[in-house]
Design a protein. Structure first.
Length: 193
C-alpha cells in the first residue's frame, strides 16, 4: 500500500510538473514564433524597399535609354567626309612632322564640321607577339587622339579608337615597304555633308 501511495504521488507530481513544463514550453514557443515573425516582417519590409528602389532605377534607366536613342537618331545619315593615314617608325608611337601635317588637316576638317566623329584605328607590322602589337596599335591611335585634343581642342567623346595590331595589314609580306605601310593609324571622319 505504501508503494501504491508513493507511486500515486510520483504520478501526481509528474502530471503537475508536466503542466508547468507544458506552459513553460508553450511560452518559449510563442516567444520564438514572435521573434521569427518579427524577422520575417523585417525581411519583407527590406525586400519591399529594395523592390521599390529597383523599380525606380528601372524607370530612370528606361528614360535614359529613350534619351540615348533620341540622341543617336540622325547618325544613320553620317558618311565619310575625310580620311587619312599616318605612319610610324619601328616600335614607335611618336608623331613625326609628316604625321603632324596630316593630323593638322584632320583637325581643321573636324573643326569645320563640329558634329563630326573621328574613327582612329591603330595598326602594326607583323613583328612581335599579337598582344604586344595590340597594345602598340592602341598607343599609336591614342597618340593621334591626344594630338588632336591638345592642338585643336577636339572633345574626346568625338574620337573613337581601336587597335587591330597586326591583324589587318595594308600590305603583304612580299610587297615593297610592307612593314612601313603596316605601321600606321588610319583616320576616318564621319559626318553630314
Amino acid at each position: 500500500m505504501k508503494k501504491l501511495l508513493l507511486l500515486s504521488m510520483a504520478l501526481l507530481l509528474a502530471i503537475g510538473g508536466c503542466g508547468v513544463n507544458k506552459d513553460y514550453v508553450s511560452e518559449l514557443i510563442a516567444a520564438s514564433e514572435a521573434r521569427t515573425d518579427a524577422k520575417v516582417k523585417a525581411v519583407e519590409e527590406s525586400n519591399a524597399a529594395e523592390i521599390a528602389k529597383l523599380r525606380m532605377l528601372a524607370t530612370e534607366l528606361e528614360k535614359k535609354t529613350d534619351m540615348a536613342i533620341n540622341e543617336a537618331k540622325g547618325f544613320e545619315d553620317y558618311q565619310i567626309i575625310w580620311s587619312g593615314e599616318i605612319n610610324f617608325d619601328f616600335d614607335s608611337y611618336e608623331i613625326d612632322d609628316v604625321a603632324a601635317q596630316i593630323l593638322t588637316e584632320c583637325g581643321d576638317k573636324m573643326t569645320s564640321y563640329p558634329a563630326s566623329l573621328l574613327e582612329v584605328t591603330g595598326h602594326t607590322d607583323a613583328t612581335g607577339s599579337g598582344k604586344y602589337n595590340l597594345l602598340l596599335g592602341e598607343k599609336r591611335a591614342n597618340s593621334a587622339k591626344r594630338f588632336l585634343a591638345e592642338r585643336f581642342g577636339i572633345s574626346l567623346y568625338r574620337m573613337f579608337i581601336i587597335s587591330y595590331g597586326k591583324t589587318k595589314p595594308a600590305a603583304g609580306p612580299d610587297e615593297k615597304n610592307a612593314n612601313l605601310r603596316n605601321r600606321r593609324v588610319t583616320l576616318t571622319i564621319w559626318g553630314r555633308l
